[in-house]
Design a protein around this ligand. Structure first.
Ligand code: ASP
Ligand code: MG
Length: 486
């Protein structure tokens, strides 16, 4: 069934992978919308695969069940389980043909039976392992894939629910498992391809996988996006559509910047940078599996499917000097280590970051002056005290000798990042950024730019963060991108 128009470097079958997030499959009305998108696309593609999340909020409720069991709050987890049962039963009754309802309700009861058994034993043992947590939190996707697949059947499409525990093979790093690509692709070829060849639409559970021994794992919270790109990679998909409840990736957080707008096109690099800097649209690892094969990813709104959304690919339509977005990460602390004695002394940076690593803190930004007389770095506020103690332990000698004058901490800062591959090799971009802030008397505490030139990050006091983001959005993104400028 080769398509003569298909690009030759790809699988010759036109393959669309649609991922539906929790809100898109969180109620009967939403599921109908999601199903309508698939129905509309069915004739246009040779192969269609859907990946679904749990209904919105369900994963949180499952985790709350385990927590209640740990706290010996038996009535509380029973109550949660009853609510989960009701919500899924309601969806089944609203969406599924009568003859399938009973069977499907039995499946839900079986999954919730597993949940109850786990909670009972957590309560008795007084503990829960990460492995147990993964089995518990996988249940939302497992229930929902069955329901959504039945919903597709109801509108006349051929579909089958597929448990990703038989597809996505991972290591045993429970709760944040790392997928093993080769083994995964082998499973995908063996189990998904035969369905696709028969014209069946598989509805695969997002978020979950299993070890080589078949023990359920999860890919980390929000991991369904990542599941979708992993499958897209194995299937050589033509496109991935990430169907969510917003029109696309925005130029800024609309809660901070009311006139933030949807970005029509982004490069993979820009998107990776945004995911890292708290854009919260996609799981940070989503881009990685689709880059090599250059599979475009569209972020779109299930409830407004005619809006084109944001297209993420290797190509950028961004013009030189144009920037795409501004975002911020809150609740951080910045450390500055200063001292004339640091000049040319090897090992100070190594020991500084060794100390930070010792306490398991991740560093979000680093900058060092070329005079080598100061190093500063940013960590989450919650690890501030631990980091301080570790630094005093590790650099005690230098501090005593006076080679290091001291460790300064500025608590409650925000990292603001301006992103856009248009800044590459284009002079004047940082000048615009700093002018925008300077004109409003906003003090910049530290600056970093990676040599990849996709982003500039700056640290400001949290009191200045909102104005700084608004100002940068207005001056650098909106005004800076006006076509009259060059
Ligand atoms: N249901 C999972 C979560 O809430 C995965 C996802 O929705 O992507 O984290
Ligand atoms: Mg998500």
């Amino acid at each position: 069934m080769a398509d003569p128009d298909a690009q030759s470097n790809k699988n010759t079958c036109k393959t669309l992978l649609l991922k539906f997030g929790g809100t898109s499959v969180g109620s009967p009305e939403a599921m109908r919308q999601a199903a309508a998108i698939i129905q509309e696309e069915r004739p246009k593609w040779e192969r269609i695969i859907a990946v679904v999340s749990a209904m919105n909020g369900v994963t949180n409720t499952l985790i709350a069940c385990a927590q209640a069991a740990l706290d010996s709050k038996n009535a509380e987890y029973q109550e949660h389980i009853a609510q989960l049962r009701q919500r899924h039963f309601e969806a089944i009754h609203a969406l599924v043909p009568q003859e399938l309802q009973e069977g499907l309700c039995a499946v839900i009861d079986q999954q919730l039976g597993t949940l109850k058994a786990f909670c009972d034993s957590i309560q008795v043992m007084g503990e829960v392992t990460p492995r147990g947590m993964d089995t518990i939190s996988s249940l939302g996707e497992r229930m929902n894939a069955k329901i959504f697949s039945a919903c597709l059947q109801q509108i006349g499409l051929r579909s089958q629910a597929v448990d990703a525990a038989g597809l996505i093979v991972t290591d045993d790093n429970f709760q944040n498992a790392h997928p093993l690509l080769e083994q995964t692709c082998r499973q995908v070829s063996a189990k998904l391809l035969p369905l696709l060849e028969q014209g069946v639409i598989p509805v695969v559970t997002g978020f979950i996988g299993a070890t080589e021994d078949g023990i359920t794992t999860t890919l980390g919270r929000g991991g369904s996006d990542y599941s979708a790109s992993l499958l897209a990679d194995c299937l050589d998909a033509t496109e991935v559509w990430n169907c969510t409840d917003v029109d696309g990736v925005m130029t800024a957080d609309p809660n901070i910047v009311p006139d933030a707008r949807v970005i029509p096109e982004l490069t993979y690099d820009e998107m990776s940078e945004m995911a890292y800097f708290g854009a919260k649209v996609l799981h940070p690892k989503t881009i990685q599996p689709i880059v090599t094969k250059n599979i475009p990813l569209r972020v779109m709104n299930t409830f407004n499917p005619s809006h084109p959304g944001t297209r993420i690919s290797s190509q950028s339509s961004a013009l030189r000097g144009k920037l795409t977005s501004v975002s911020g990460i809150k609740n951080l602390s910045i450390f500055t280590i200063e001292g004339r004695g640091m000049l040319g002394v090897p090992g100070v940076a190594a020991r500084t970051f060794g100390a930070v690593a010792e306490v398991g803190a991740s560093v979000l930004m680093i900058s060092q002056s070329s005079s080598e007389q100061s190093i500063c770095f940013v960590v989450p506020a919650e690890v501030e005290e631990k980091v301080q103690a570790a630094l005093l332990r590790n650099l005690g000698g230098e501090i005593e000798r006076g080679d290091i004058n001291g460790i300064q901490i500025h608590s409650d800062v925000v990292i603001i990042t301006v992103i856009g591959s248009g800044m590459r090799q284009t002079p004047g971009v940082s000048a615009r950024v700093f002018n925008a802030l300077g004109s409003r008397m906003i003090n910049v505490i530290a600056i970093a730019q990676g040599s990849s030139e996709y982003s500039i990050s700056l640290v400001v006091d949290s009191q200045d963060a909102k104005l700084a983001i608004q100002q940068l959005h207005q001056e650098v993104i909106i005004n800076g991108n006006k076509p009259t400028q060059n």
